[in-house]
Write a protein that binds this ligand. Structure first.
Ligand code: RIB
Length: 311
């Protein structure tokens, strides 16, 4: 039976600009590269990853009633995502992310939340009626929706996974019930703890410091091309990275956490799940865009076989 993951989170249309460099203030640069509209949003990317990797995703998000909203809804439907909790509002446009991608794959993202800011506690509460095996969330939606979903899940003993992006040091962490997995990336880790996880020692120090911010069974720090550190409050381990040529890191973290959640539910083994998620992340950074870069199960199996990866 497929594992059901409820993603309560954001949906954006990404306006992706491939730039040779960022302009200086007041400067205009004529670019030779392309721009594209690509479905994204941390929640949308995670939802697609869950479904493509063989999970059963129920996606709770809010779209605007506009062309971008229609395009996102059509994509999710075509991928088989359960849309019973996908809502729309006439009060705001669909969320938009303006993303610049430089030649080395570095991205910079500005988000215009639009309809995401209208996802509310009622939406989150209703969504929990789908009896998921896990709840996955990020921080691109209102705090109250996150807290309501978390408390309903906790009441039903549904494991809660929070991908801590974008960094929200002002989030009321003290109002969250205990989590199963809390997973920030390097930048978020430094913002939350003041410790740059630039070495294994520092990553461990940061993981220990995260315990004071949020209670979780596991802390999984995404370390980019250095893999991921997994800490259970006592012991730590590093899931090694798989080397690829980075084209665009957009959605790597979102897909990593979705894959981590799914494989953790399937195997019950957090290290196996982290290695699996690393493989997904590696594939995502080697391709352009958010939703367009997320592999399906077959593509991932081929990558795993070709690299001789042992999970
Ligand atoms: O994590 C990448 C995502 O962040 C993009 O798809 C963008 O929409 C923002 O939500």
């Amino acid at each position: 039976m497929k594992k059901r993951i409820l993603v309560v989170s954001s949906a954006n249309m990404d306006f992706v600009m491939n730039v040779s460099r960022l302009p200086f203030p007041g400067e205009t640069v004529i670019e030779k590269g392309e721009y594209e509209l690509i479905p994204g949003g941390k929640g949308g990317n995670s939802a697609l990853a869950v479904e493509r990797l063989g999970g059963d995703c129920v996606f709770c998000a809010k779209l605007g009633r506009d062309a971008n909203g229609e395009a996102l809804r059509a994509l999710y439907a075509s991928e088989g995502i359960n849309l019973s909790a996908l809502r729309s509002t006439p009060d705001a446009p669909t969320g938009l992310a303006a993303i610049t991608v430089e030649n080395d794959g570095t991205n910079r993202i500005s988000i215009f939340p639009g309809a995401n800011a209208y996802l509310n506690s009622d939406d989150a509460e209703e969504a929990l009626l789908c009896y998921p095996d896990a709840l996955l969330m990020q921080f691109e939606i209102p705090d109250e929706a996150i807290l309501t979903a978390a408390h309903f899940a906790a009441k039903k003993n549904i494991p809660i996974v929070i991908d801590a992006g974008p960094a929200r040091p002002d989030f009321p962490f003290d109002r969250l019930p205990p989590l199963e997995i809390f997973s920030p990336n390097e930048v978020e880790t430094e913002i939350y703890t003041g410790i740059n996880p630039n070495s294994a020692d520092n990553a461990l120090r940061a993981a220990v410091a995260l315990q004071k911010i949020v209670k979780s069974h596991y802390y999984v720090i995404k370390l980019g091309n250095r893999g991921a550190l997994v800490y259970d409050g006592k012991y730590y381990n590093i899931a090694s990275p798989y080397e690829v040529k980075a084209v665009d890191t957009t959605a790597a973290g979102d897909s990593f956490t979705a894959a981590l959640t799914l494989e953790y539910l399937r195997s019950g083994n957090i290290m196996r799940a982290a290695r699996y998620a690393n493989a997904v992340g590696a594939m995502v950074v080697s391709r352009l865009g958010a939703s367009s870069s997320i592999p399906n199960e077959k593509q991932l199996s081929e990558f795993i076989a070709a690299r001789g990866i042992e999970l």
